[in-house]
Design a protein around this ligand. Structure first.
Ligand code: H79
Length: 457
């Protein structure tokens, strides 16, 4: 409850800070934008995100209706790519909107599941590459309210539900757009077009940037996202000036909004490795986005779900490398989060309920290289060891030269573990005596209380 009320307070601050989106072209150049954001500004803007560590990506659109199949045939690739991979002409694809009637959608249930999973933010598709808008936009009729028999606005409902559940609402927006007249398909065809990578229609950059601004303005003022996650910037003809114009526009609307780095050209606030976790992390702020099975958008045949253990370990690996983990789910055409996804989210949440102190609000591992027994994270005065390979001899050797004030299992904070410094002839460092059995089958956390900064060997 305390967290929820704190979040409410900070959301209200965000509202007060809204200065309205400037509709005129931004006067700031890339250089003065960079100068106007000091390190302190950036730290303040990124603070909630750096603490959050775990987010939920949601890919949901009319591609959930065909669910990876077109005219009785499996289409290769992820579900949300079906229009281009299936070579589906626009007039046929557009008909899917008429079949999108997700009567089982329940924003409060989605937000409850997210909360139970322990995520601190959600990022949901407002518009994917297909150009279909999952919010109430006046810039096109190709949207969920106008073009479907459902006539509801799921983003508005989720935004409200997230507020109640103390979760930050954020949104995804694709620059590549297979529906806009301002971009042309890679291989145009009335019967079998290939869309990606699209080309900006010569002379249409300004029109498309205006379209994006109109929609981003609607999203910012109507849904107050904490972060905007761009994608698909590999459109031929998308320029550095376009990227900077959009970034500046967002800052003019609300300078607290975080923007990922996929406007491209070095514009944006953090890096976005996709489907992989960089060993030892990356420089600066970063977030790995990853699917829970193989697809982003719902695909009925994809049953290749990662185990809860793999997902928990992935989260730890990201956080230990100083990054965030953005785990995707793909709800189906009726608005249901597939049961295997719910089970896994709840398992991660159960682990975080016990071990969250080792994740939220931490920074990356203080150690110079990978640890043989697992991973590490830290807070001032504390090192957390996430042990994925429990030592069979009951002895944990930690390459740390600090005096350890106290060591304990996060599951049993009142009982101290035996700690002894190792002789330099044994390689130095610290040795802990652990119980025979790991408290958690996936990852068990040992906390080391230390004085001063960590001194890794
Ligand atoms: O939304 C999910 C995916 O649909 C989207 N990003 C995640 C979050 C995504 N779209 N594409 N990709 C991921 C990877 C594909 C990159 C490439 Fe290409 C597109 C490789 C080949 C086609 C552009 C054109 C880059 C190289 C050639």
């Amino acid at each position: 409850m305390k967290v929820a009320s704190l979040m409410l307070v900070s959301f209200c601050c965000v509202c007060l800070m809204l200065v309205g989106c400037s509709t005129t072209s931004s006067a700031s150049s890339p250089e003065n934008t960079a100068m106007s954001q000091t390190v302190a500004d950036k730290d303040a803007k990124m603070a909630w995100w750096r603490e959050a560590k775990f987010g939920m990506f949601i890919h949901w659109g009319i591609y959930a209706v065909p669910a990876g199949e077109w005219k009785g045939k499996d289409v290769r690739g992820p579900g949300e790519w079906i229009q281009t991979r299936g070579r589906i002409p626009g007039d046929q694809y557009d008909q899917l909107a008429k079949q999108f009637n997700p009567v089982d959608f329940n924003a409060d249930q989605w937000a409850s599941i997210a909360q139970a999973a322990g995520v601190k933010y959600i990022v949901i598709t407002s518009k994917h590459h297909d150009g279909f808008c999952m919010f109430d936009t006046h810039a096109t009729n190709f949207n969920v309210v106008a073009a479907t028999p459902w006539h509801q606005d799921p983003l508005a409902q989720l935004d409200a539900a997230c507020l109640l559940h103390g979760i930050r609402f954020c949104t995804y927006y694709s620059i590549m757009d297979w529906h806009t007249p301002d971009q042309s398909p890679h291989r145009p065809s009335s019967t079998a077009p290939e869309f990606s990578p699209t080309n900006m229609v010569p002379g249409k950059n300004d029109a498309y940037v205006a379209y994006m601004k109109a929609q981003l303005g609607e999203l910012i003022t109507g849904y107050h996202p904490s972060l905007i996650w761009f994608d698909g910037g590999w459109v031929h003809g998308w320029t550095a000036a376009d990227a900077q114009t959009i970034y500046d526009y967002i800052q003019s609307c609300d300078p607290s909004i975080i923007v990922n780095n996929r406007l491209l050209y070095g514009v944006g606030d953090y890096g976005t490795p996709e489907q992989h976790i960089p060993n030892g992390g990356e420089q600066g702020d970063w977030e790995t986005c990853m699917t829970i099975n193989e697809t982003w958008g719902y695909m009925s045949r994809d049953k290749d779900f990662k185990s809860a253990g793999t997902l928990i370990t992935n989260l730890i690996k990201c956080v230990s490398g100083g990054g965030n983990y953005l785990l995707n789910i793909g709800p189906d055409g009726l608005g249901r989060i597939p049961e295997p996804e719910v089970q896994r989210l709840l398992a991660i949440g159960a682990w975080l309920k016990v071990n969250g102190d080792a994740i939220y609000g931490t920074t990356g591992s203080p150690f110079k290289s990978a640890l043989p027994f697992g991973y590490a994270t830290q807070k001032p005065g504390k090192i957390f060891l996430e042990i994925t390979d429990w030592p069979t001899d009951g002895i944990l050797r930690v390459p740390l030269s600090n005096v350890v004030i106290r060591a304990y299992l996060l599951t049993n904070p009142n009982s101290s573990l035996q700690v002894s410094p190792l002789l330099s002839t044994d390689g130095g460092g610290t040795q802990l005596v652990l119980p025979a059995n790991a408290p958690d089958p996936v990852a068990s956390v040992v906390v080391l209380e230390i004085s001063g900064d960590p001194q890794p060997l």
